[in-house]
Design a protein around this ligand. Structure first.
Ligand code: SF4
Ligand code: SF4
Length: 252
């Protein structure tokens, strides 16, 4: 029987793997971050119209790693706003904007500057921006508008200083065991749970040729594990979960 990987044009690739044991390596795992990208300055300015002075908030974890909201970027944003005639009431780079307790503690120490501000601009992910909003509400600044200064893209592995790759889309029901440890729901451009699609060439994805085909990776992985027959199994579709969002987890 022809395996799915072979149908996808991976025959030579798999043959080579059988003979040489050579594999396509994944990015080296260094860190996991929430990846965001700065909003265009015009968009930021439109949101802040009539709301000067502005208090700037950055984040020294993920947002700094993405060069969106670290010390350097918040200083640059302060300068950019100043050049466009907006006053900056103050700025603070938080030690992880998504850490509610630390965020509240740090913002308490900025009360004076916050009292002068007419709005807050957060250079961090959407979760961080909402964590800042909640902290501000808890310390009495519940009317201050909180604006996002970044667009949040994904949770990803960081494989280099400016290189991020999404491995997981946080679906809430991990099925990695069905795929040799590689997630097609995230890493296959078509999200195929029963791939491949047949369009891959040379181990690359037909949709995004700069990415490896997730199903080629799955085939290689299963082969190395001596479980290549698993690629033939039909994986049932994921049941729709009407309660997928919002999620909350409390541990005792
Ligand atoms: S199945 Fe994929 S998207 Fe879902 S939790 Fe596992 S790795 Fe993440
Ligand atoms: S990763 Fe790309 S080429 Fe491979 S099965 Fe998915 S869509 Fe097709």
């Amino acid at each position: 029987m022809i395996s799915r990987a072979e149908k996808c044009g991976q025959t030579m690739h798999l043959e080579n793997l059988r003979k040489t044991g050579t594999m396509i390596s994944c990015a080296r795992e260094e860190d996991a971050v929430i990846v965001s990208t700065p909003k265009p300055i015009e968009t930021v300015l439109a949101g802040l119209e009539g709301e000067s002075p502005v208090f700037l908030v950055g984040c020294n974890l993920c947002a700094a790693a993405c060069r969106v909201g670290g010390e350097r970027e918040t200083r640059a944003m302060a300068e950019a706003l100043g050049l466009r005639g907006l006053e900056v009431a103050g700025r603070r780079v938080l030690d992880g904007a998504c850490n509610a307790r630390k965020t509240q503690r740090d913002l308490v120490s900025c009360r004076e500057e916050l009292a002068r501000a007419r709005s807050v601009l957060v250079l961090a992910c959407g979760g961080g921006a909402q964590s800042v909003l909640s902290a501000l509400e808890r310390i009495g600044f519940d009317r201050l508008p909180v604006h996002p200064g970044a667009d949040t893209l994904m949770q990803a592995e960081q494989s280099g200083p400016a290189d991020f790759e999404q491995f997981c889309s946080l679906c809430g029901e991990c099925r990695l065991d069905d795929f040799g440890g590689i997630c097609p729901a995230t890493r296959c451009a078509k999200g195929l749970l029963n791939g491949p699609c047949g369009g891959s060439a040379g181990g690359r994805c037909e949709v995004f040729p700069d990415h490896p085909c997730a199903w080629a990776l799955i085939g290689e992985r299963l082969l190395r594990m001596g479980r290549l027959e698993r690629i033939e199994r039909i994986v049932p579709p994921r049941p729709a979960d009407p309660r997928a969002h919002p999620r909350r987890l409390r541990r005792s």
